[in-house]
Design a protein around this ligand. Structure first.
Ligand code: ZN
Length: 166
């Protein structure tokens, strides 16, 4: 069965055996929130030199801002000490490679369901979308005025985080 999680449970038992995070606070020590893609090649804490308790992470397909994500960020900024917001897309992103047509066709092929009205948020132009998301967040009046919002591109080929100019 591909749905078996016994390997994961075993790994967690090892984690618990050596766990040292008992006294880590729920507020991020680095005052940071990362919004990035669900891509399995991005291991956020490792890539950014973060440890447990250092930053909050929101992930979705493409690392995209939407109303739900924006709402969470407003809360994280005002209530949870996230004063630095990094929006990080990445090279070879599946959400940028996919088209609505191919996604719909695949779903219909896999499930038999009519997916013609399904509208996942595929990315037509990564840099345009990233710039738009950064600008949108910067203009959000419910973020503290001292908040820093930064865009970045993660290169899955090298591990390099390219911080974008404004
Ligand atoms: Zn991606």
């Amino acid at each position: 069965m591909t749905g078996d999680f016994s390997d994961v449970a075993e790994s967690n038992a090892d984690f618990v055996a050596t766990f040292t995070g008992q006294n880590v606070r729920g507020l991020p020590a680095k005052n940071m929130l990362l919004l990035t893609c669900m891509d399995c090649r991005i291991v956020p804490h490792q890539a950014l030199g973060m440890s447990i308790g250092d930053m909050k992470v929101i992930r979705n397909g493409g690392g995209q801002l939407n109303s739900a994500v924006e709402s969470d960020i407003v809360v994280a900024n005002n209530v949870l000490d996230c004063d630095r917001i990094l929006i990080m897309q990445h090279t070879q992103c599946g959400m940028a490679a996919a088209t609505l047509e191919t996604v719909r066709a695949t779903i219909q092929s896999n499930t038999g369901v009519d997916a013609s009205q399904f509208t996942p948020s595929v990315i037509e132009n990564q840099m345009a979308k990233l710039s738009l998301d950064v600008e949108t967040l910067r203009k959000n009046p419910m973020l503290k005025s001292t908040t820093v919002v930064q865009g970045a591109m993660y290169h899955v080929e090298t591990g390099k985080v390219e911080f974008l100019d404004d």
